[in-house]
Design a binder for this molecule. Structure first.
Ligand code: UD1
Ligand code: MG
Length: 511
């Protein structure tokens, strides 16, 4: 079916939102992946409007900057003084003199509105040829909202604001959601006739309905099936309530799509996140921004992912990741911190108390314990021992470290960038490596070990250590006496250790 009605969308976003008590304009407050304004624009998106006008006022520069990011095609219209919703629409239309067809007006603080609901409102309006159609809802508590006042035949007569309403009108639970479709020509005509004769001395957009009715124009009410969609946001308590409602809606959608959420009440998924079938999200987990979780991946408990992609079958446990990529079958945590451009290839591992930034781990590479990996490229199947630090910063520049395929770095090593450990090379535990280690070589920088015999008895007499040492030496002497062939040890040991004891790598070598 062809589209006979050109459409113009007008979003009202000039108000301050006083009760938010915030330096941030109300419509810029975030709600599970979008700002309030972003949600409203998203709800209007399927209308394929020829133009979208956003009326800005309070915090106009901030709102404009945000608009240029999320809706560069929208036009900001500046309303210097907030003289009412009718005034706001009037100046928006002055900025669009050629607009004909349908004008869809949306309050900027109604973020739970569904695109389908807006589309249904506009479709009903256009097919009935109404001059104006308002989205209404039956709500349990209408306090503060405009009431839909119907006449004897059940037809809309007027919309009355709470503060201008009679006691009988206050009892009405059918409210104005602040979402409307208008015929552009007839709207323009009556907007010029709005009075400010009301409790707030403002031009009310809602008065358009009574004016059209008295001119004999057809007006209509479109009832929202789910009244929670029409909830506005006036303070942070309401914002928190909206967040819970949206959380439940998002979570239900993913569970119905085949994702397991083990504790939906503590799982917060931005509307912008994608999950594949059979992904599992455990409790107390936040998935934010452009994060993606692949099939059969297990994320949580206690995980925050921001703009992070987790491949199929990977696990992320009690960790925080931002701008990272976790490959298929990889394992992260518990207690890992992945920072921007941490890229973990398939079946790699970033374990406990490990921080990774701007680094690639090759397939099957492991950094299991207590390490910092910054600006590094780690080859496939390389093993990085516990407490290895990639020393990437010299106080001025960040430098890269390259660890080759299947290299083996012993525990408590500093890799001082720029430096390269070749493929299949080994680094002895406790080394500070600042020169390249060739492929297959052993890099070692340790000083030889000395043992100063009798030091504790001389320097720490009377301590528990001295007593324990004395007992151990006495027992050893007794054993030596019983075994005549036993020899006395050297006073100071300085020999190199046996090769087999050179690489302390925690428990990773056997994993
Ligand atoms: C409005 C409706 C009310 C409805 C409610 C739904 C009117 C007169 N009343 O009341 O019937 O039940 O929304 O939430 O319209 N704005 C401007 N410029 C202005 C005034 C407002 O851009 O001069 C914007 C605000 O930023 C806000 C929206 O318009 O996004 C609605 O204004 P608000 O003051 O919140 O109206 P309500 O009192 O909530
Ligand atoms: Mg409001």
């Amino acid at each position: 079916m062809s589209e006979p009605h050109p459409r113009t969308v007008v979003v009202l976003a000039a108000g301050e939102g006083k009760r938010m008590k915030s330096a941030l304009p109300k419509v810029l407050h975030p709600l599970l992946g979008r700002t309030l304004l972003g949600h409203v624009l998203n709800a209007a998106d399927p209308l394929a409007a020829q133009q979208t006008m956003v009326v800005v006022g309070h915090g106009a520069d901030q709102v404009r900057a945000h608009l240029s990011e999320i809706a560069p095609g929208a036009t900001a219209v500046f309303q210097a003084e907030q003289l009412g919703t009718g005034h706001a629409v009037r100046i928006a239309l002055e900025g669009a003199p050629e607009a004909t067809g349908t004008v869809v007006v949306l309050n900027g603080d109604v973020p739970l509105l569904r695109p389908e609901t807006v589309a249904a409102l506009v479709a009903a309006h256009e097919s009935e040829g109404a001059a104006a159609t308002v989205l209404a809802a039956e709500v349990p508590d209408p306090t503060g909202l405009g009431r839909i006042v119907r006449g004897a035949a059940g037809r809309l007569e007027q919309i009355v604001e709470q503060r201008d309403a009679t006691p009988a009108q206050l009892a009405i639970r059918e409210i104005n959601a602040g979402i409307y479709a208008f015929d552009a020509v007839r709207l323009r005509d009556v907007l010029g006739k709005l009075s400010t004769d009301n409790d707030q001395g403002e031009e009310y957009l809602t008065d358009v309905f009574a004016l059209l009715v008295s001119a004999g124009e057809p007006v209509a009410v479109h009832l929202a099936a789910d009244h929670t969609e029409t909830l506005g946001c006036n303070d942070r308590v309401e914002l928190a309530a909206l967040r819970r409602l949206l959380r439940d809606r998002v979570n239900e959608r993913w569970m119905r799509a085949g994702v397991s959420l083990l504790d939906p009440e503590t799982t917060w998924i931005d509307v912008t996140v994608a999950l594949d079938r059979d992904a599992v999200v455990d409790q107390n987990t936040q998935l934010r921004g452009g994060s993606v979780v692949g099939s059969e991946a297990v994320v949580g408990p206690d995980v925050t992912l921001v703009d992070t992609v987790v491949g199929a079958g990977a696990t992320v446990l009690r960790s925080h990741a931002i701008g990272a990529e976790v490959g298929p079958g990889a394992s992260v945590g518990p207690y890992a911190y992945l920072r921007p451009d941490a890229r973990l290839a398939e079946k790699s591992k970033v374990g406990t108390f490990v921080e990774v930034k701007n680094s690639e781990l090759g397939p099957g590479a492991k950094v299991p314990h207590l390490s910092y990996v910054g600006d590094a490229t780690i080859g496939a199947r390389a093993n990085i021992g516990a407490a290895t630090i990639f020393v990437n910063y010299d106080g001025v520049n960040k430098n890269r470290t390259v660890v080759g395929e299947a290299a083996f770095v012993g525990c408590d090593t500093s890799l001082i960038a720029p430096v390269e450990v070749g493929a299949g090379a080994y680094v002895a535990a406790g080394s500070a490596i600042s020169k390249d280690v060739p492929p297959g070589a052993l890099g070692v920088t340790r000083a030889p070990q000395r043992s100063v015999e009798g030091w504790v008895a001389r320097k720490r007499p009377g301590t528990a250590s001295a007593e324990a040492a004395e007992r151990a030496l006495r027992d050893a002497q007794g054993a030596a006496a019983a075994t005549p062939a036993a020899s006395e040890g050297e006073a100071i040991h300085g020999a190199a250790e046996p090769v087999g004891r050179t690489f302390g790598t925690g428990d990773t070598a056997t994993e």
